[in-house]
Design a protein around this ligand. Structure first.
Ligand code: AHR
Length: 336
């Protein structure tokens, strides 16, 4: 595969040279970059979840396997740290690619413009940002809004048999596109449920996606709405599991016949709760993005044009109703 792709790029470069009507045969052929020529400054959000750990491993393992130099930066979920790191990578002559997993959605324009002026290829991974797409090569990440829609459909299914139902939403960090778009998608699709009139009773974000705060938030809702909560939508597995733990600590049942739960990510921990039946549905968010991101970055270095400015991830969904054994068999095949 690599061979024919390098050939195709070489031909593109050669054709460009010919087309440039270079009169003198001395024109220096344009460099064809390969993985070993890539030094990637990777600005990660932090280490807030099982999903994030899998995403970080995807980059570290793929870079090592493909001979790519990776400069990894953990932003501790602070936007200001991301701006500082981004500026550092723009000024680092060794770095020719910058990959950003954005903590927030805004505030990146100036560093993106600086990177463009410095001829760095920028790829946005995982999280959507509010910036003109001309300021980066491409964005590779999930359709979080669609994940919100899928979560509402799963919740509708789990609440079948109830004419009306009250739902609590445990959000991730309020600055993150993942949380903003899942919330929006869930709200958009609530009305699609024809079997149960679903109402979001209350919604709160856990700063930094912190599950400890998520549990405290759920404890507060259980006190505020005694006996009134039918379902909980957690913006990631950690928030859903925090909701389950608080619910059980309050002496209530989590799962069929009790409070039903929907999560997002479908990490190994999420699967554990699907298998024990406490988590009714888990909407997948794919963390294994490094191969696509590095391929796009290499295309960017080699001047490949016409790339779409968003490459949505391929994702599924899983249900406790699939049964413990089949879910365990799936889990045994998964990397995260
Ligand atoms: O951007 C993806 C989200 O970030 C995951 O759903 C969550 O677990 C992580 O913090």
């Amino acid at each position: 595969m690599m061979k024919s792709r390098t050939l195709r790029i070489a031909l593109t470069v050669a054709a460009a040279a010919v087309l440039a009507g270079c009169s003198s045969s001395a024109a220096t052929p344009q460099k064809v970059y390969t993985n070993k020529d890539m030094t990637v400054g990777f600005i990660q959000t932090g280490s807030e979840s099982g999903w994030r750990a899998a995403n970080t491993s995807s980059f570290k393992e793929t870079a090592a396997a493909d001979g790519i130099t990776l400069k990894f930066y953990d932003s501790q979920n602070k936007i200001e740290n991301q701006i500082t790191a981004f500026t550092g990578f723009v000024q680092d002559p060794a770095v020719n690619v910058i990959v950003l997993a954005a903590v927030g959605t805004t505030g990146y324009d100036e560093v993106l413009k600086a990177a463009k002026a410095a001829n760095k290829v920028v790829v946005i991974e995982d999280r959507r940002i509010e910036a003109d797409s001309s300021l980066y090569y491409t964005y590779i990440g999930s359709d979080f809004n669609k994940e919100g829609h899928k979560s509402a459909a799963a919740m509708c299914d789990l609440l079948k048999g109830k004419a009306t139902a009250n739902i609590i939403e445990l959000g991730g960090d309020q600055a993150a596109s993942a949380s903003i778009d899942r919330h929006k998608g869930f709200a958009e699709a609530l009305g699609d449920c024809t079997t149960t009139k679903m109402t979001v009773l209350d919604y709160q974000n856990a700063p930094g996606w912190d599950p400890v705060q998520g549990k405290q938030i759920m404890e507060g809702f259980l006190k505020k709405y005694p006996g009134k909560i039918d379902g909980v939508f957690g913006h990631n597995d950690e928030q859903a599991i925090a909701g389950i733990q608080a619910t059980e600590a309050a002496g209530l049942k989590a799962g069929t016949g009790g409070v039903v739960f929907v999560g997002v990510d479908a990490t190994a921990n999420g699967f554990k709760y699907l298998i024990n039946g406490k988590l009714g549905a888990d909407i997948e968010c794919n963390p294994l993005l490094a191969p696509q991101v590095f391929k796009a970055a290499l295309d960017g270095l080699n001047g490949v044009t016409g790339q779409s400015n968003w490459v949505p991830s391929q994702e599924g969904e899983f249900f406790a109703a699939q049964g413990a054994a089949p879910l365990q068999a799936i889990l045994d095949t998964r990397k995260y």
